[in-house]
Design a protein around this ligand. Structure first.
Ligand code: PHE
Length: 331
């Protein structure tokens, strides 16, 4: 017995221990032979010896079990040590990067949120009411032709501008309003260097008491300085949008040449940035806002346009091709 216990303690691994266990407690094991010999004992001896033998078997089993566990832990640790892998470095994996459109969108949103604007989501599949009628573009209005629209049915369309977000916000919330409506818009244009049937706009809307064109100019000038640099100046040119009156086209002085004229601003010293204006009274009325108490301004900018200007990307298609060699430059 003591020789067996010694062997158990000396076993080098679980395999050796298992063999020893079979040799001891197995069917033809040495200890099993003792158990079998019990039947030859006298009736007096059997209970005394039987008790001792049972105790010895229990002890053997306990010692086998504790040694099995001990060796198993050693073996697991050994395996872990020998199969270690450094998962922290793998030069083959390329880190992804944010898409340039996303970078520019986040920059714009961050600026306006800093001024107290909040972001509203509005549907891309829209009714003609929100995309046109409520924005003062009735069915027979020639301005519907300014935007080649994808019609889905008689009254449903893919929105051609994010201005639908203005109407939905003015319908749902009471002034003061200060919101941004970013998202995809669709127009039936052929794809070329400056056109895509799907592109992105960011719309802005402010409605409150005493909002004037000075507020519009101040906000957009601050934006242009943030976006293009502190030296940037802006100018308003008269324009026309059915949902704003008066309407303006906003230019920023060229960030590359400072206004002297260069390749980026095509020699004009200015870059066209966005469309804007004072919310047309008819639009306020359509949304149930009292236009004798409230006034507002709105603006809308094309994200692809601003991204192309900022990063000097010559062809808008680069923004949609998802060529990793192009995207990697924005890491
Ligand atoms: N929705 C106009 C466009 O798509 C942009 C705009 C928005 C102009 C808000 C004025 C006010 O061209």
């Amino acid at each position: 017995m003591s020789a067996t216990l010694e062997k158990i303690g000396q076993a080098m691994d679980t395999k050796e221990l298992a063999v020893l266990k079979v040799d001891t407690l197995g069917k033809s094991g040495s200890f099993t032979a003792i158990l079998k010999g019990m039947k030859d004992l006298s009736a007096e001896d059997r209970p005394v010896i039987g008790k001792l033998v049972n105790e010895a078997r229990d002890k053997l089993e306990r010692v086998f079990l504790s040694n099995e566990q001990r060796l198993h832990i050693l073996e697991v640790n050994e395996t872990l040590k020998n199969n270690q892998q450094d998962v922290s470095i793998d030069k083959k994996i390329q880190m992804g990067s944010l898409h340039p459109l996303h970078i520019v969108k986040q920059r714009i949103i961050k600026f306006f949120v800093g001024l107290g604007f909040w972001v509203e989501d509005s549907p891309e599949i829209e009714s003609e009411y929100y995309n046109f009628t409520a924005l003062n573009v009735p069915a027979d209005h020639p301005a519907r032709d300014m935007q080649d629209t994808f019609w889905l049915s008689n009254h449903l369309l893919l929105r051609s501008q994010t201005s639908n977000g203005q109407i939905r916000t003015m319908e749902q919330k009471k002034p003061p309003l200060k919101m941004l409506s970013p998202g995809r818009v669709y127009r039936a244009d052929e794809i070329d260097a400056t056109h895509s049937p799907c592109f992105h706009q960011i719309e802005g809307l402010v409605v409150d008491k005493n909002i004037t064109m000075c507020d519009l100019k101040g906000v957009l000038e601050a934006f242009a300085k943030e976006f293009f640099g502190a030296q940037t100046k802006i100018r308003f040119r008269p324009s026309y949008f059915p949902f704003t009156e008066p309407s303006v086209e906003v230019d920023a002085s060229c960030f590359a040449c400072g206004g002297n004229g260069c390749r980026i601003c095509k020699g004009t010293g200015y870059i066209e940035v966005l469309g804007a204006g004072m919310v047309n009274k008819k639009v306020l009325q359509n949304c149930g806002i009292d236009d004798t108490v409230y006034s507002g301004f709105a603006f809308g900018m094309g994200l692809e346009r601003l991204t192309n200007i900022l990063y000097q990307i010559g062809d808008m298609r680069a923004l949609f091709d998802n060529d990793v060699r192009f995207l990697r430059q924005f890491q």
